[in-house]
Design a protein. Sequence first.
Length: 395
Amino acid sequence: MHSNECIHARTMDDTQRDEIKTRRQDELEALQAFYGHQLRSSLPALSPPPRSGDTSNANDDDDDSEISLTGPWFIELIDNSGNSSSSTYNSYKIPTLEIRLPPHYPLSPPPSSQNASKPTPILHHVDNHNLLTSLQKQALIEELMEMYEPDMDMAIMWAERCREEFLDVDLSVMPTKAADTSNNDAAENNDNCDDKQQSLSIRFLTFNHLLYGKSHKKESQIVSLAGKSGLVGFIVYGTPGIIGLLMHSDDDEDILDFAKECSNRIGKRATVSDFEMNIAHDGGLLSSHEYDSVVVEAEGGRNNGGKNKSSSTSNKKSKSKGTNNNKGNSGNNLNMTGDSSSTPLLVNLLGADRVTATNDSVSIANNKSGLRHFDSLAELKAVLPGGVVQSILGL
């Protein structure tokens, strides 16, 4: 009996392997017919684009026979087949979806390995020229994972969903040399090194309430999303609920995108208020200035009877450094001043693990993202200078 059971189990395994192979062959043939040379076995090498008329290596990466049934599969997300400039740019710069296949794909995974046996989508080169922000990239990956269903071919569905994000991308403006990207990155790094931090903003997202606990998964998701997106700040659960995000001027768009994503996930309106603070070298506050607020609605305007949500792009405020700049009559100078030996605000707001301290300076740690949890509004008020929380809440 035991021997027969073993033979039956082995036969079932062989049957499954045959079905997996057949299903993958069919899916790969469909991908090849659908995407042609834009289906690849790997990311193209970092090499200069071919000269006009030089076809010696033009198809090296396009050999369909090199694409393995075991994956991974790479699908370019911009259709360049009809683009006259397709020979003047490097395909390695094109946004690409990588799909990593678990052993049982596309069949249902064994119950003992549900998480480990799902196909994995990975996005490459979507950061070039700010095609997607880090928040948009993370949200798209999460959407793809939510689309997954066992025993279903996912490659074309995932690729077509990703391609929707790049319909308006013009290939003619993409760089044509490998050196372009590296030189630009080096220049940006140098700019960041030379740009001495003179002021810091805290962007407050206020909600009617935020609920705390493992059962409140939507609120937990936005905390996780902040960490994955490299945002640093704090969160206060309760009524009202507050999220504070520390930012530089170039973080403005990411934070507004985060506010929109929070509103959509939890179905609540977010009021976004901006305080620019002049931070002393030791992390203490010298002065603060409040600027206009922006209201961000959830999709469909669920909080205001169906009104259109506010657009974070149209309400985006240009930011200049310093505390004496003027952003209109609605600005409210809180006139909160202190000397450089005042309480280290950054440490109190973020916690010591998210702050880098030296003998004479305090700054945000580059490798520590996420939100510090305050237990109550009173605890936050004790950390921030008098009047900030009251002004944010309109008290």
